[in-house]
Structure formats: C-alpha cells, structure tokens
Write a protein that binds this ligand. Structure first.
Ligand code: C2G
Length: 131
C-alpha cells in the first residue's frame, strides 16, 4: 500500500489541478492532499484566495481519486505532515522543482510537469479584462 501526499492551494479549481491529482494517484494507492490555508496563502502571495479554505477543502474532498484531505498551515511543516500521514512519496508540480528535496531522507519526492497554459492567476486576469 503506497501512500502519496501532495500540497496546493487549488484556488479557482481548474484542469491543471485535476491533472496533477490524477497523475499523483496513479503513482500509488492512497492520495492525501494538503490544502493551503487562507492565511498561508496570504503570507505567500499577499492576497487571500478567491475561494476560502473550507470551500477548497470541500471541492478537493469530492474528487474520486482523493482519499484524505487536510489543511496545510505552513510550508515548513512538510516533514511533520509526511510523518503524521505516513506518506511514502511527495508529489508536486515542477514549478516547485527542487524546493522540497530536503525531505528526501524520509520520503521520496517527484515533481510532475505542470499542465501548460492554465493557472489561477491567468484565469483571474482574463475575468478581470472582460468588459
Ligand atoms: N499545477 C499544475 N499545472 C498547472 C497549475 C498548477 O500541475 N497549470 C499544480 C502545481 O504545480 C501544484 C498544484 O497544481 O502542484 C497546486 O497548484 P497551486 O494551487 O498553484 O498550489 P501552490 O499555491 O503552488 O501551493 O506547499 C506547497 C503549496 O501549498 C503549493
């Protein structure tokens, strides 16, 4: 039984999010998803997500290939979460390439290619530009 863990904000849920979660699940048997808290997002990006954490958790929990969802309160707690949920493999998109290699003594790490041409930021910009 291989346990996979991944993290993300998953704000304004889109096809890139589905693709990474689906591919993550294919690498093992049980998929655990850490959804970044509203506060963590504010600290990182200087703005709150469009969808609040409760709604983002509800959306991710509804996906058939996701087995367990929790709120990620801090980027630095990666290893604690990995241990708490007994994960064997950390999966992230390659915009994070190398950034979490420091957990490697305790957990394998794979960075998967991002889905091209879509991001939450881009969607927000497009919607803003519609007159
Ligand atoms: N992603 C992707 N393709 C896209 C957009 C996103 O594969 N076109 C992936 C990202 O690489 C990430 C996941 O989807 O692995 C979630 O992306 P975000 O919601 O942007 O997550 P982020 O804000 O980067 O938070 O602890 C890490 C953070 O919580 C990650």
């Amino acid at each position: 039984m291989k346990r996979i863990i991944t993290f993300g904000t998953f704000d304004v849920f889109h096809i890139g999010h589905i693709n990474i979660l689906e591919r993550a699940k294919e690498l093992g048997d049980f998929l655990i998803v850490g959804v970044s808290s509203d506060q963590l997002n504010y600290n990182k990006k200087n703005r709150y997500p469009i969808y609040n954490q409760q709604d983002r958790v509800k959306i991710i929990s509804a996906l058939k290939f996701v087995d367990l969802v929790f709120i990620e309160e801090s980027l630095e707690l990666k290893l604690e979460y990995i241990k708490q949920f007994e994960a064997d493999l950390l999966v992230m998109g390659n915009d994070w390439e190398g950034r979490f290699d420091w957990v490697k003594p305790d957990c394998d790490v794979v960075y998967l290619p991002r889905t091209p041409s879509i991001s939450t930021t881009e969607i927000i910009e497009v919607v803003k530009s519609i007159k």
